[in-house]
Design a protein around this ligand. Structure first.
Ligand SMILES: N[C@@H](CCC(=O)N[C@@H](CS)C(=O)NCC(=O)O)C(=O)O
Length: 199
């Protein structure tokens, strides 16, 4: 059975759990204590030299890092990942957007507020993250005006990638009241068969 090394509170790790549950793929979850340095041991660095979770370890010992690469690998051949090249590239486009224009703002603001308790020496950085985070939310709200899902008509791993931190964006100070399309999209995902909540 494949193993997932992750932190249950991390959105990047939750992406993997959610895809496995949606597709009913069995896995063993190995909980990692990031603050205790579990990602910096020689054993873990041999699985991911970048020292970050999530990491997927296959039954034959091969490992894979980077959450969106992992979910696309797991979803290969399923209805969560299109095979048609343009549709597949659209999924990847939104996953690149998530990693470059969304996660560095919303996930980092959440980390500073929820995990660090908004310390004074990170307040300025936290406020600057709000600007970038709202910009990303605006892009998503616009995209969801005419589409039920972020990369088209059906649920894909692009939705999973963006849902992970968007649905807990309030924990980073983001108010989603003025984002009705995003809120409807949350409900669509949460009503999917085999959906599981974060944690
Ligand atoms: N781009 C990576 C980001 C992974 C990442 O930032 N992981 C964090 C937890 S969410 C981590 O392992 N932090 C521990 C550390 O940096 O030591 C992905 O999408 O998987």
């Amino acid at each position: 059975m494949m193993k997932i090394y992750g932190d249950a509170k991390s959105g990047n790790c939750y992406k993997i759990k959610l895809v496995c549950e949606l597709l009913q793929i069995p896995y063993e979850w190995v909980e990692m204590d990031l603050l205790a340095g579990d990602t910096q041991t020689a054993s873990f660095l041999s699985k991911n030299p970048n020292g970050k979770v999530p990491v997927l370890e296959l039954a034959d010992g091969r490992c894979l890092a980077e959450s969106n690469a992992i979910i696309n690998y797991i979803a290969h051949g399923s209805n969560l990942l299109p095979a048609e090249p343009y549709d597949l590239a659209l999924v990847q486009q939104w996953q690149c957007f998530e990693q470059y224009s969304h996660e560095p703002y919303i996930a980092v603001a959440r980390f500073i507020e929820k995990y660090q308790g908004l310390p004074d020496d990170r307040r300025e950085e936290y406020l600057s993250k709000q600007v970038g985070g709202y910009k990303a939310l605006d892009v998503m709200e616009q995209q969801l005006t005419n589409a039920d899902y972020i990369a088209g008509k059906t649920l894909t791993t692009a939705d999973i990638a963006l849902y992970a931190y968007t649905h807990v964006a309030h924990e980073g100070g983001f108010d989603l009241t003025n984002y009705p399309n995003i809120q409807q999209w949350f409900k669509r995902i949460e009503n999917s068969a085999n959906y599981v909540a974060m944690g």
